[in-house]
Design a protein. Structure first.
Length: 240
């Protein structure tokens, strides 16, 4: 597989063409951003950690039967994925109150929710990624009702798998964000990344935050927190 021309550069990743039309080459960057790009930094090693952690988590999720775009890790900071058309929705699952949920609804951070809930946000930087109702999604033609049901179902499946996995490692999965895309046959596949950039992960015993809130809230060393997650997941994933 050959790395071709740059197709797209986002806040955290670069996407390159390959010599196969159905596959793209993703490179994780060392940049950290928060608050819709208002806070920015370059953090050495972050790209490697997110690539390693995402590769491990997608492999585990795939092994349990949830289809995703992930093919394989090809270097410390790079992976190959199936080319998909990203659905412009951020699908968020919450197990405990935190972040924007705690702020918007006045529920104290750390409060366990009676059941996991799913929220959708419009993936649109210019609008600041607003929260959407299902009616908004339908009327803006971002996805149809059946697709919304599939996204919810898949997101809750991922939550079951990841919550169990992290629990065994002494970590609470507080909330996380997923993105989905469609392949050339219209199949909905889990896409993007799953890393401490996109999840809230708290140590079960100490409540220490082991995720991007360390950067958002200036709580200490971000790479130390991400290294802790990678180490508990079993360390470096194999580069095939
Ligand atoms: O900020 P909020 O509480 O809505 O975030 C919910 C979850 O989604 C958090 O785990 C956060 O890291 C993730 N998220 C993300 N990318 C965004 C917004 C939220 O990964 N643009």
């Amino acid at each position: 597989m050959e790395k071709g021309t740059l197709l797209y550069e986002g806040k955290a990743k670069k996407v390159y063409q390959t010599n196969n039309d159905d596959i793209v080459w993703v490179e994780y960057k060392d940049s950290a951003t928060a608050f819709n790009g208002e806070k920015k930094a370059s953090i050495a090693g972050k790209g490697r950690l997110n690539n390693e952690i995402t590769s491990l988590l997608f492999s585990k999720i795939q092994a349990l039967g949830i289809d995703s775009h992930f093919i394989k890790k090809v270097s410390e900071t790079e992976q190959l994925v199936k080319k998909v058309e990203i659905i412009p929705l951020e699908t968020v699952v919450r197990n405990l109150s935190a972040g924007s949920f705690a702020k918007r609804l006045g529920v104290e951070e750390g409060t366990k929710l009676a059941r996991p809930i799913v929220e959708f946000y419009y993936k649109d930087d210019a609008l600041g990624d607003p929260l959407l109702t299902e009616d908004h999604i339908e009327i803006l033609q971002l996805a149809n009702i059946d697709e919304v049901a599939i996204l919810k179902e898949k997101a809750l499946q991922v939550n079951t798998v990841l919550s169990g996995l992290f629990k065994e490692l002494g970590i609470r999965l507080v909330d996380f964000k997923l993105e989905f895309g469609k392949d050339e046959n219209g199949n909905i596949l889990l896409a993007d990344e799953i890393s401490p950039d996109t999840c809230r992960l708290w140590d079960d015993k100490t409540n220490e935050k082991l995720d991007k809130d360390v950067f958002r809230r200036d709580l200490g060393n971000l790479t130390d927190a991400y290294e802790t997650i990678l180490a508990r997941l079993g360390g470096q994933s194999v580069c095939i």
